[in-house]
Write a protein of this length. Structure first.
Length: 174
């Protein structure tokens, strides 16, 4: 990873940022994005990106000052098919993370009929919710972990900001 990505704030136009995202996509990984809109009362979206074209198009369409956190698959502690063994591991992770994060994020990589938008990105703060979801979604491919976007940039995720028209990165209220 290019060390310049550790010096915040990072621009979405930073060549190292774009190259890192493209590199992960070229390895057939998905990118999980948390898009936070400046001055919009906490408005945010979670997106699953699978192609370079979709990523590049999104970056070009976001408004100035928008924050985008790109989570790579390595950011998630668990990656696999929904089954009893993964449920056991998810329970162990839940217990480990609960005090700091108060739950787990589950990213369903296989959209179900009728699923749109953030329904494939779930936050579950009760183990009973996780048990029920696992029972209803057997054999789907998921990523499970925490999306601690407030931590500093690292090899598992990068937060970047859409620069203003003059090229300056200015973060704002999210």
């Amino acid at each position: 990873m290019d060390f310049t990505l550790l010096i915040e704030p990072v621009s979405t136009l930073n060549p190292a940022f774009l190259a890192l995202a493209h590199e992960h996509l070229a390895r057939n990984e998905v990118l999980i994005l948390l898009v936070r809109y400046a001055n919009c009362g906490g408005a945010k979206d979670y997106l699953i990106i699978r192609t370079k074209d979709k990523f590049d198009t999104l970056i070009k369409t976001l408004a100035f000052k928008t924050s985008i956190t790109v989570f790579f698959e390595s950011a998630f502690a668990l990656n696999g098919k929904v089954n009893a063994e993964l449920l056991k591991r998810a329970y162990e992770l839940f217990v480990k993370e609960y005090d700091e994060y108060e739950g787990l994020d589950i990213i369903c990589l296989e959209p179900q009929k009728g699923d749109i938008g953030t329904r494939n990105t779930l936050f579950m703060h009760k183990i009973e919710e996780i048990n029920d979801w696992f029972r209803q979604h057997q054999n789907l491919h998921v990523l499970i972990g925490t999306m601690k976007f407030w931590y500093g940039n690292n090899q598992d995720f990068i937060t970047a900001y859409v620069p203003d028209g003059d090229g300056q990165v200015r973060s704002d209220a999210y």
